[in-house]
Design a protein around this ligand. Sequence first.
Ligand SMILES: Nc1ncnc2c1ncn2[C@@H]1O[C@H](COP(=O)(O)OP(=O)(O)OP(=O)(O)O)[C@@H](O)[C@H]1O
Length: 304
Amino acid sequence: MPITLRQLTHIYHAGTPMAQQGIVAIDLEITEPVIVAIIGQTGSGKTTLIQHMNGLLKPTDGSIQIDEWHIDRQTKTAVLQGLYQRVGMVFQYPEHQLFEATVYDDIAYGPRNMNLSESEVAERVVQAMTMVGLDPDAIRHRSPLQLSGGQKRRVALAGVLAMRPQKMILDEPTVGLDPQGREAILQLIRSLHETWQMTIILISHNMDDIAQLADRVIVMKEGRMIYEGASAALFLDQAKLLQFGITAPYGVQLVHQLRAKGWPIEPQGLNEEQILDAIIEGMHRQTDTPSSTRPTAPAMEGEP
Ligand SMILES: Nc1ncnc2c1ncn2[C@@H]1O[C@H](COP(=O)(O)OP(=O)(O)OP(=O)(O)O)[C@@H](O)[C@H]1O
């Protein structure tokens, strides 16, 4: 079932002198399962948008349809709570919200709030820990405070997964992690999507993360959605990148630079492997081209 937004609008403190525009008239259809990235400058409405997708905010105008939930300004708060459990939200720096004495209790917090039996809670905690690559026997009794940054983030993710959401929203999932921790979280997100067919919506400022993960990209500006489309199409369109003030991922920049120098490279995708294949293919094509028509390869430094 697609996620459908119709003229979705949110004005904070609507009808008061403090009224502040959050998002305006957003029409969007997300066909699942998919990984969607939301980008945009600070204050552009990214957080306001995602908070409608898990029932933390209600529209002041327009509507949002997620599975059986149709939400508009009339929707009662109790109805929103069901959505909150179905669509998991992982906040920026979620590890700052680990507050229980043990890893087990932290992950069990969400399922316990769902009034499940303790045996069901235990089953979910172990499954969620396994899903995020944490060894349940090794760390369940440890304090979350004793874990590394990457492990803490996995615990926070497991806490959301233990509620068995069908969709997940991640706010800056790799921010503050070292390169190894970042790579591990990217892999985890990819495997959640592929193994569980989970729709994942993420906010990110990291274009390399987006190039590696996202099928689609939404660009927000001043509360409005100014672009929605395939991430590959956006990153390969230099005019749009310039228009939106987006710096392309490193691999894509390399492709643009090589193309500008006449290398016949036509990348079909965006992840590192695809870009590398495209560059190698371009090199082969260049070698096959008769020398009179061959574009000039970039000269190495120090070469004539
Ligand atoms: N609780 C609030 N009360 C009033 N205005 C708000 C509130 N939250 C956000 N806004 C306003 O709504 C607009 C969109 O904010 P939002 O937080 O959605 O942007 P964002 O793109 O997520 O920004 P950032 O990247 O800084 O998190 C901004 O003008 C902001 O000032």
